[in-house]
Structures are given as structure tokens and as C-alpha cells.
Design a protein around this ligand. Structure first.
Ligand SMILES: [Fe+2]
Length: 426
């Protein structure tokens, strides 16, 4: 009886490394699914290579579970193809579990065969083997199962941390950016940027409420919102907009542009709802901050800065000339654009002068590994615009690693952040 229990426990611990390996492969596959969805021309990193994409396509079937299950559970999709994918996913997972069970069955059979051979040799040389064989067996078990079990447990802990802890471990990142021709009245102007809240299956409203509360405590002069208010669809649009109402209630300007995920649903609807709660949406438009009052103005103030916004690069029209039309040549221009890659386009490089750009979109890659950085970034410029303060072709680019998560509900080494920028004279 006790022997059976021990065997049961041994086969259970034998499952740990297999499950851990399966989890790692599934995670990797889900992440590299990005590369299959977005195309190589929009990505960079080792997993976006041809080989990486080929590996992803091999392990991609079981990974569909994440996205499709989420879509079905949250009611954003329930059609024939979704059900077909779910069935194939179920079949894929059954195959994986069946393979694990079969591998363990083979292990157990081999173990019994080894034990029989050990007993046979004991019968031939009882004195010598009686002390050595159990030790050899336990050493073999330690060498085989010990590291695998430790690796599996460590993998499970990292996995749990990346899903449960790190995505909600909010940080505040501060930058000081020197700007030429900054009016004396706006020296020390503090801008707080909130990006990529992605309200939806991976991000609950309570977390966005906390982000808004902490942003208010920073007491900045202006709030900047750089898109991706919802994860997908339109069901969360109203709630996503209402979450920013407390920012508007502070009386400080709250200025925003849309991101690509807002357009995955209905960008116009998202924008209209934000406008209704008091957010000034400026896709391909601009407003001004008065140097005397630090208030928002629609017309050009005698002294102040311009805050211009651009339509999402890729999912909307991005009209740089329209956004900056009529802005005095010497006036400081702060630009909001969801996707940082836009700053490398001819429209930016050859267009009107800009002094600082605020962007999001890349989420810091969501997974950053020591020495390697982010294996996949949603940018064709690799690590350059993954996160932080980058130097674009014409001006500094602040890239927020955002609040929410895009496809995989994980963050590893990339905590969510509120960005606070202080403008100083150059
Ligand atoms: Fe995003």
C-alpha cells in the first residue's frame, strides 16, 4: 500500500517537468503567434525571424486556447469558426496530455524492468549489492528527477508571478526633458502619461481606477492619454471612457489620441465616449497650453506650447500637416502618437518640427530577458522603441510600457507604468 502511494507520488512529481515544459512552449507559442499575425515587416527580434516563425507555426495549435477561450468566455466571439478552433485546441491539448501520460507509462515500465534486473543481480551477489543498489537508485532518481522537479517548480513560480503579480505591480517612471524655446511660464511643466490601459479580459477596471488615483496624486499640469483604452471590440468602450472621468474632475487638461486596439472595435465610438466624459481627443488635431494659466486653449495663446495628436499609424490616417497647421513656427510642439515607429516615417522626418513625442503601443515587449532584452517587440526597430526615453530622428520619444497587456496576459521584467515628464528649458 505504502509502495503504491510512493509510486503515485513519484509519477506525479515526474509530471511536473513535463507540464512546465508544456507551459513554457505554450507561452512561447502564444507570444510568437504575434509574429504570424502581424507579419515580419512590423516586428523585430529573434522570434520574428523565419526560423522563429517556423517554430511558432509548429507549436501554435495548442496556444490558440488563450485567445479563443477568452473570446468565447467574454462573449466577444461565438461563431462556427471559433467553435471549430476550440475543438481543434481541445484535440491538441488531449494529444499533448496523452503524450505526457504515455511518456510516464514508458518511464514506469522501464523503472520496473531496472528494478527486476537489480534484484536478479542481488540474488547473485547479496553482500556487495545490498548496500550499494538502493544508494545508486536514489542517486539516479535525484540526478534525473531533482533538477527537473526544481526547474518545473521554478518555472511554475515565474509563470505565476508573471500572470498574477507583475502585471499589477505599478511603477512611476520620471524623466526630465530639456526643450528649446520653452516659455518661462511653462518651465517645470509636468505631464503625466497613461497609455495602453487595455480594459478587457486581462485588465480589470479596478486596476485602471488605481492607475487614475495614483496619477491624480502626482498633481501634474496636464494628463496625456496615448491610446489602446480597450483590448478589443466595443463592449468596454463606455466603461473605459468613464474610468478617466476623475482625471477630468481635477480641472487639469486631459488630452488623448486613439490606439490600434481602439480601432479593432470602433475608434469613432471610443473617441466620442471619451469626449463625452471631458477628454479632449486630438487625433490629427491640436490644442494649446497657455503659459500664463497652464490651462487648455483651442486658439493660439500669446505664449504657450502646442499639444498635437496624430491618428494611429497603421489603423487610421496619420496627417502630420493637419495636426500642426497654423502652429507658430517657434512654438514648442508636443506630439502624441500611439505607435512609436511612426517617428521614423517620412511624414515625421521631413515634416514640421517637433520637440517631444509621447507614444506607447510596444508594452516594453511585455517579456524582457536578462542580456537579450525583449525577444519580440511590436516595433520594426527592435529594442529602440521598446520602452523608455529614446532619441528619434528628430526629437526625443517617450515610449510608455503601458498599463495593460496585449495578447498574452503576462509581464516578465516589464512592470506597468505611469510616466511623468517634466519639461525644462534647454
Ligand atoms: Fe497596446
Amino acid at each position: 500500500m505504502r509502495g503504491n502511494e510512493r509510486r503515485g507520488r513519484a509519477s506525479l512529481s515526474g509530471l511536473i517537468p513535463w507540464v512546465a515544459a508544456w507551459a513554457v512552449l505554450t507561452t512561447l507559442g502564444s507570444w510568437t503567434q504575434f509574429t504570424l499575425w502581424h507579419g515580419a515587416d512590423h516586428l523585430d527580434g529573434p522570434l520574428a525571424s523565419e526560423i522563429g516563425r517556423a517554430i511558432a507555426s509548429l507549436i501554435v495549435v495548442p496556444t490558440q486556447a488563450f485567445s479563443v477561450a477568452m473570446m468565447i468566455v467574454f462573449g466577444t466571439r461565438l461563431d462556427g469558426s471559433a467553435l471549430a478552433i476550440t475543438l481543434s485546441v481541445g484535440l491538441g491539448w488531449a494529444c499533448v496530455l496523452g503524450t505526457i501520460w504515455f511518456a510516464n507509462w514508458i518511464r514506469a515500465r522501464m523503472g520496473r524492468a531496472f528494478a527486476r534486473r537489480g534484484r536478479a543481480s542481488l540474488d547473485g551477489a547479496p553482500d556487495r549489492a545490498s548496500s550499494l543498489t538502493p544508494m545508486m537508485a536514489s542517486r539516479r532518481a535525484f540526478l534525473l528527477d531533482g533538477p527537473l522537479a526544481i526547474g518545473g517548480a521554478a518555472g511554475a513560480m515565474v509563470g505565476a508571478h508573471s500572470v498574477v503579480v507583475e502585471p499589477f505591480d505599478l511603477r512611476i517612471e520620471r524623466y526630465k526633458i530639456p526643450v528649446r524655446n520653452l516659455p518661462a511660464g511653462l518651465c517645470g511643466l509636468r505631464l503625466v502619461q497613461i497609455s495602453d490601459t487595455h480594459l478587457g479580459p486581462h485588465v480589470p477596471p479596478e486596476f485602471v481606477e488605481r492607475v487614475v488615483r495614483e496619477s491624480i496624486q502626482l498633481r501634474p499640469d496636464v494628463y496625456l492619454l496615448t491610446g489602446d483604452y480597450v483590448h478589443r471590440g466595443t463592449a468596454c468602450n463606455q466603461r473605459a471612457a468613464e474610468l478617466f472621468a476623475p482625471l477630468v474632475a481635477t480641472g487639469r487638461p486631459v488630452i488623448g489620441v486613439l490606439g490600434n486596439h481602439d480601432w479593432f472595435g470602433d475608434g469613432r465610438d471610443m473617441s466620442a465616449r471619451l469626449v463625452r466624459v471631458g477628454v479632449r481627443m486630438i487625433d490629427n488635431g491640436r490644442v494649446f497650453i497657455d503659459a500664463r494659466t497652464r490651462a487648455l486653449r483651442e486658439d493660439v495663446p500669446p505664449e504657450g506650447v502646442c499639444v498635437a495628436g496624430l491618428g494611429d499609424f497603421g489603423h487610421d490616417v496619420m496627417d502630420v500637416d493637419a495636426a500642426l497647421a497654423g502652429v507658430p513656427q517657434e512654438m514648442v510642439r508636443i506630439v502624441l502618437q500611439h505607435q512609436p515607429d511612426a517617428v521614423e516615417t517620412a511624414a515625421f522626418v521631413k515634416g514640421p518640427r517637433m520637440d517631444v513625442v509621447f507614444a506607447g503601443h510596444t508594452h516594453g515587449g511585455q517579456i524582457r530577458l536578462p542580456l537579450i532584452g525583449a525577444p519580440v517587440t511590436l516595433s520594426r526597430y527592435g529594442q529602440k522603441y521598446a520602452t523608455g526615453l529614446a532619441q528619434g530622428p528628430r526629437c526625443p520619444v517617450v515610449v510608455s510600457r503601458g498599463i495593460g497587456m496585449s495578447f498574452l496576459p503576462v509581464r516578465i521584467g516589464v512592470r506597468p507604468e505611469i510616466v511623468e515628464v517634466t519639461l525644462v528649458g534647454a
